[in-house]
Design a protein around this ligand. Structure first.
Ligand SMILES: O=C(O)CCC(=O)C(=O)O
Length: 283
């Protein structure tokens, strides 16, 4: 896998239109990047973890909240919500996180030295898959890393549309600062807090065919809706941070990082992994 940073060797660098959209809207979309066969490799790993065929640390695996709370019955992958930190334990997900089709455009956004933050896989099962409230991912990383922003990539495994709970973004909201986020009550995944003041009418649906990606500034307000369809709405999300960011020590949790490309610097060398971990290790 190449991580050559010289401009002429980066085939996937940002186009001028993408750069404008990034600056004005805080995101851009690329279509037909990964094939179904490539995505099937990830889905197989995730499904094998879900049914216990592949080992993975339990505390990173999340069931659908309705199943978890005993409100409905479902089993296997139909009972799943998400798995976090896939690239820490799965070579297939780590390869994807380092894939130049994801990382080369990010060189133009974060510079050549890049580390991977969280990477997650979401199932959003038919009829019961729950949406995510309006939030800014940067709200979560701000207390832990000093840096302007981080970058998220959201790859559709299945077609994502309004019926099965696609992503919504508020264009330009990366410029408004980080809003207060409050805890939600009721039957939510309780995975994300809700940003105070975000309005549904400002949201734009990001409907994507399988294999397409939205690259987004982690300060952008985004949400997704419930899956009201008979179809799954699966996605793979990988987040990136400049290796030149500074770690701020946080009282509870030191977010693990994965080397992706370029150099590692002393400001952010602690807790950086280069290879996948044995599954028994909990960080
Ligand atoms: O995939 C979704 O439905 C939402 C994911 C999301 O908001 C996130 O990972 O920050």
């Amino acid at each position: 896998m190449t991580t050559d940073n010289s401009l002429e060797k980066r085939r996937n660098k940002l186009t001028p239109e993408e750069k404008i959209s990034w600056e004005e809207n805080g995101y851009f979309v690329r279509h037909n990047v990964f094939t179904n066969e490539e995505n099937d490799i990830l889905s197989q790993v995730a499904d094998d973890i879900a049914i216990g065929k592949l080992p993975f640390p339990d505390h990173r695996i999340f069931q659908n909240a309705l199943v978890r709370d005993g409100k409905i019955e479902a089993s296997g992958i139909h009972a799943m919500h998400s798995i976090h930190q896939m690239n820490l334990y799965s070579p297939e997900f780590l390869d994807r996180t380092r894939d130049p089709r994801l990382t080369e455009p990010i060189v133009d956004l974060l510079g050549p030295d890049i580390l991977g933050l969280n990477s997650l896989y979401i199932w959003k099962p038919p009829k019961i898959g729950l949406g995510f409230p309006w939030h800014q991912d940067r709200w979560y990383t701000q207390p832990q890393f000093k840096t302007k922003t981080t970058v998220g990539t959201w790859t559709a495994i299945d077609a994502a549309d309004k019926e099965n709970g696609c992503l919504y973004v508020i264009p330009g909201s990366h410029k408004i600062g980080i809003l207060e986020h409050i805890e939600l009550e009721g039957s939510q995944q309780q995975e994300f807090r809700q940003a105070v003041g975000a309005k549904d009418e400002d949201g734009v649906a990001v409907e994507l065919p399988p294999g397409s990606i939205i690259f987004f500034d982690n300060r952008i307000l985004h949400k997704s809706t419930n899956n009201n369809s008979e179809r799954f709405r699966r996605s793979n999300i990988a987040h990136y941070i400049s290796a030149k960011a500074e770690r701020i020590h946080h009282k509870n949790y030191m977010r693990p990082l994965m080397w992706v490309r370029g150099e590692i610097y002393p400001t952010l060398s602690e807790g950086v992994y280069r290879e996948v971990l044995p599954f028994t290790e909990s960080d």
